[in-house]
Design a protein around this ligand. Sequence first.
Ligand SMILES: [Zn+2]
Length: 141
Amino acid sequence: MRCFFVARTAELRRELETRVPFRKSYFTDDCVWDSRAGTVEASEAEDVSEVSRQGAEAIVITDYVRKSDYLHRRRYHLRQEKGIWRIQKGEFECSACRGKEQGLPRNPNCVGCGGTGWVDPMRLRDKVQFWNTPSFRGRRF
Ligand SMILES: [Zn+2]
C-alpha cells in the first residue's frame, strides 16, 4: 500500500502541473475553487492502520487527513491476482455517523452507510443517479 501511496502522490503532482495553464486561464491566483488544494499533502499523509488477510483477499484500513483536518479512514479491498496485490474496491468511513471515532454505536439506519460505517462511492453514484431520474426530480417531500 505504501508503494501505492507514493505512486498516487506522484500522479497527483503530475496532474496538478498539467492543470496550471487551465487554472491560469480561468481562475485568479488566490482562488481555491477546483484547485485540488491539499490533495497532495493528504495523499502523502495517508498511512496504514489495520490489515487483515484471508487467502488471496485482504482488507487494509488507513488513516487519512482531509483538508478540513479531521481524521477519517479509508478501507481498501485488495485481491491477489497472479501474485500481485491490486485494489479491487475502495470505501471511505461514513461521515454521517462516524460512530467509532465518536465512541457511538453505529446507526443501523444511517442513510450514508446503511449501518456498516463504510461508504462505497459506487453505491453513492447509484443514489445520485436515482435522485436525478425524471420520476424522482420535482417531487415534494
Ligand atoms: Zn453511516
